[in-house]
Design a binder for this molecule. Structure first.
Ligand SMILES: NC(=O)c1ccc[n+]([C@@H]2O[C@H](COP(=O)([O-])OP(=O)(O)OC[C@H]3O[C@@H](n4cnc5c(N)ncnc54)[C@H](O)[C@@H]3O)[C@@H](O)[C@H]2O)c1
Length: 455
């Protein structure tokens, strides 16, 4: 190990290192707080001055990060935030946690990483450790970042240290958090891996070193592609079950009793969030450059992105039983975040379902205890929406209620009892609620008249 690496290692282990985190969102803020908890003086850097002001005022804006933690480490002088990258000149380590969205063409949008790296490069100094955490295609650290930083004349592994460590945060998960979720780390050189491993060891219980940055990048894409493909498989099974009159929810729940070789995935209205709908396309884009077609990814993407249309068709089918058209019917969407009990609407399938229903002429409303408003730019309908107060009377006033996100805060018994017609994409209401409930991937319960006619 060279002397710069040894002295950085000693600084980290002695909690003398000054840590930086670029991008204080769902990933960056929890990480910054964990570094501060571990005893490192930590500075967050974000272009969003409102986030910087919140942290400096001792407040958290991320539901999984308690304000009490931000306030405690702020008061102790171990946590601060700035919009000014000049602070990088005083730091020993820096973690990059900026967004990695897709362009409309489904190509990676690397502009956030490039912009953050350009700023860091201005203040790059000997002994600095830089770790990329943003999910990205294999090769980003070696092919994009390393040349940008080495253009300063300093060399990775000799003068500064470079690594990739994928973030695995799962918002609203009550069991696993930044600290107890194992962290995979790959360095540009063995010294890079060693210092990055030491940094994470201050704040994370289990570190999993791998031999390169490319392996670490690929690990994250395997994890998220695994989810996208399995969700695609079960969504296709749901469409199949719908056609065949079999209850997909009962099938999955019975299959999951197999104690080995099976892991349950559930169907739903489509993929959402900043990871599962996006990350696999980073991989297929890169694979294409190597002349390889990632067929599972494309197929899963095709099935998953068709689900909002299936849900809209289901609404049409449900309204049809009451001699109503989608056009002109009032439809209440329950839950607009991409999964339950969180406040994040990025890539949420609810917005796609609303888009299709809006195009078909439905009069849309929504209810969601985690989303105080939907602005015109948040959804493709193009006008502002305020949430409906969920009462027995309000539920009864809609032609159809569509359950898209099954937040625990919703009173499902009241929804089942008061809504005249329900499309349930999450099996939130269950099989026995009555013939006014249309569940995704399951046969509709017959009315009493239909049952006696059949008998
Ligand atoms: N949210 C998740 O559950 C999750 C889980 C695992 C991995 N990831 C990955 O982590 C990365 C970050 O995701 P996130 O959900 O935290 O995003 P986010 O949008 O919540 O936060 C990103 C932050 O970066 C800031 N930012 C953007 N460009 C910047 C720049 N040039 N300099 C400084 N700050 C900048 C933004 O203002 C924002 O505060 C993405 O690559 C994502 O795929 C996210």
């Amino acid at each position: 190990m060279n002397s710069l690496a040894t002295s950085l290692l000693e600084k980290i282990q002695g909690r003398q290192a000054r840590a930086g985190v670029v991008g204080l969102g769902y990933v960056g803020l929890p990480l910054a707080v964990e570094f501060a908890r571990a005893g490192l003086t930590t500075v967050g850097i974000d272009l969003d001055a409102r986030k910087v002001d919140e942290i400096n005022a001792g407040h958290s804006y991320i539901p999984d990060v308690p304000t009490a933690d931000v306030a405690r480490y702020r008061q102790a002088g171990r946590l601060s935030a700035t919009t000014d990258f000049a602070v990088v000149g005083e730091l020993d380590t820096i973690n990059i946690c900026v967004p990695t969205p897709l362009r409309k063409t489904k190509d990676p949008d690397m502009s956030y990483i490039v912009s953050a790296a350009e700023q860091i490069a201005k203040y790059l100094h000997p002994g600095l450790l830089i770790v990329l955490e943003s999910t990205t295609y294999p090769g980003t650290t070696a092919e994009l970042l390393q040349p940008m930083f080495e253009a300063t004349g300093l060399k990775a592994g000799r003068d500064f240290f470079l690594a990739f460590s994928p973030e695995r945060v799962d918002p609203a998960n009550e069991k696993f958090n930044t600290r107890n979720t194992p962290k995979v780390v790959g360095g540009t050189t063995p010294d890079c891996c060693a210092v990055a491993t030491a940094l994470y060891a201050t704040a994370v219980e289990t570190i999993v070193p791998v031999t390169s940055t490319q392996v670490a990048e690929m690990v994250k894409l395997l994890e998220n592609t695994f989810r996208a493909v399995n969700i695609g498989l079960v969504n296709e099974l749901a469409l199949m079950c719908d056609r065949m009159g079999i209850d997909v929810w009962e099938v999955v729940n019975a299959a999951r009793t197999k104690p080995f070789g099976f892991m349950p995935f559930y169907p739903g209205p489509g993929l959402g969030g900043h990871c599962i709908p996006i990350d696999p396309f980073y991989l297929s884009w890169k694979a294409k450059q190597a002349g390889f077609e990632a067929r599972f990814i494309e197929l899963a993407g095709h099935v998953n992105s068709s689900m909002p249309h299936y849900v809209a068709d289901k609404v049409g089918e449900a309204l049809n039983t009451q001699r109503k058209a989608v056009n002109g019917s009032s439809v209440l969407v329950l839950g607009v975040t991409y999964k339950k009990d969180i406040d994040d609407i990025r890539e949420s399938p609810a917005l796609d379902v609303m888009h299709v229903l809006h195009q078909r002429g439905a009069l849309l409303s929504y209810a969601d205890p985690h989303v105080p408003s939907l602005r015109a730019r948040d959804w493709p309908g193009g006008y502002d929406l305020s949430p409906v107060d969920l009462t027995r009377e309000s539920l009864a006033s809609f032609d159809c209620v569509v359950i898209v996100t099954d937040h625990r805060a919703f009173d499902w018994a009241m929804v089942a009892e008061c809504a005249p017609l329900i499309v349930d994409t999450r099996n939130a209401i269950g099989a026995s609620a009555g013939s006014h409930v249309f569940r995704l991937g399951a046969p509709q319960q017959k009315t009493q008249e239909a049952q006696s006619a059949a008998a």
